[in-house]
Design a protein around this ligand. Structure first.
Ligand SMILES: Nc1ncnc2c1ncn2[C@@H]1O[C@H](COP(=O)(O)OP(=O)(O)OP(=O)(O)O)[C@@H](O)[C@H]1O
Ligand SMILES: O=C(CO)[C@H](O)[C@H](O)COP(=O)(O)O
Length: 288
């Protein structure tokens, strides 16, 4: 943690909605005049797509799946967080997805990485979104550097529907290939992804209100008005629940630390909940 160089991380599985949440943060940063270094977790994958395919062909699913810590440069992610919290800079790169048209137009091949380079100078905050922002393991402890850690965790059937939908529509995979990926990384989902949600300050859990009992045949992602969001706060002392209940239509408390809101109110709720926290982090910089 660093008063001078704070770090915000959004952590969640593939297809959970961390990139979508990242866009909400980007808008918040723009409105607050905050200059953020935006980092995507995919940058820290260890292997290119081709290398992953070769590992898979040899049956090395443990290393081959992106959830596994071993298939990622968690050491370099920890180094980035350490460096940023001490100096306000650090090294990063980008993984090129099929839908990253700007990178592809600039000559980068999908499934490869841009070269490692330093973050832009003089940023106010480091923002990470991806698979491993809250990792605590035998060898790593990322949580110690993160000032605000948010989990994005749809109910698992919904997460799979979102993943299948995105990967087939935007990334050119067949539904069968995506299901195989989901199966191959289940072990690491349980071991490396899920435990992070016990370290988060807040979890946003999307729950569908329509039948998703067979996610593998669902063709559409349930929309915002077909879902609710369960928002769990680890610490409630600084949360003004009465104000949130008034400000977010049709919201209610299901437990003393858990707010339930309509799916359509997710951006509003994030803004109302997260903005004061971000403002506090920015104000703290003046006293660092
Ligand atoms: N709140 C939401 N309501 C409706 N659809 C959503 C919501 N959040 C995410 N989605 C859909 O789920 C899909 C996956 O979202 P997103 O790309 O944000 O996931 P991700 O966690 O960043 O995945 P990855 O880490 O694999 O890139 C997208 O197609 C997006 O439209
Ligand atoms: O798990 C993922 C992200 O969290 C992706 O599957 C991973 O980044 C590989 O992407 P692509 O399918 O574009 O090669």
């Amino acid at each position: 943690m660093s008063k001078r160089h704070p770090i915000i991380a959004v952590t969640g599985s593939s297809g959970a909605g961390t990139s979508t949440t990242g866009q909400i943060f980007a808008r918040l940063f723009a409105r607050e005049g905050i200059n953020a270094a935006m980092v995507s977790g995919d940058s820290f994958h260890r292997y290119t797509r081709e290398q992953m395919a070769r590992l898979a062909a040899k049956g090395q699913f443990g290393e081959r799946n992106h959830f596994a810590l071993a298939a990622n440069h968690i050491d370099r992610l920890e180094a980035l967080m350490y460096d940023y919290s001490h100096t306000g800079n650090g090294r990063c790169r980008q993984y090129v997805h099929d839908e990253d048209h700007d990178l592809i137009a600039a000559g980068h091949k999908p499934g490869t990485f841009t070269p490692w380079s330093s973050l832009p100078a003089d940023t106010d905050v480091l923002f990470y979104e991806g698979l491993h922002g809250g990792v605590v393991s035998e060898n790593f402890n990322l949580v110690q550097y993160v000032d605000l850690l948010i989990g994005v965790v749809p109910i698992v059937n919904l997460e799979w529907i979102q993943k299948i939908n995105r990967d087939t529509n935007k990334r050119g995979y067949s539904p069968e290939a995506v299901v195989e990926t989901i199966i191959n990384r289940m072990d690491d989902y349980v071991k490396d992804i899920v435990p992070q949600f016990s370290h988060t300050h807040i979890n946003f859990q999307r729950v569908p209100l329509v039948d998703t009992s067979n996610p593998f045949i669902a063709r559409d992602v349930p929309s915002e008005d077909e879902s609710m969001i369960v928002i769990h706060f680890r610490e409630v002392t600084d949360v003004d629940f009465s104000w949130l209940l008034q400000a977010i239509p049709q919201s209610r408390l299901s437990r003393h630390d858990t707010l339930v809101i309509p799916g359509t109110k997710m951006p509003l709720a994030m803004d109302l909940i997260v903005r004061p926290m971000v403002q506090r982090l920015m104000a703290g910089k003046a006293f660092a």
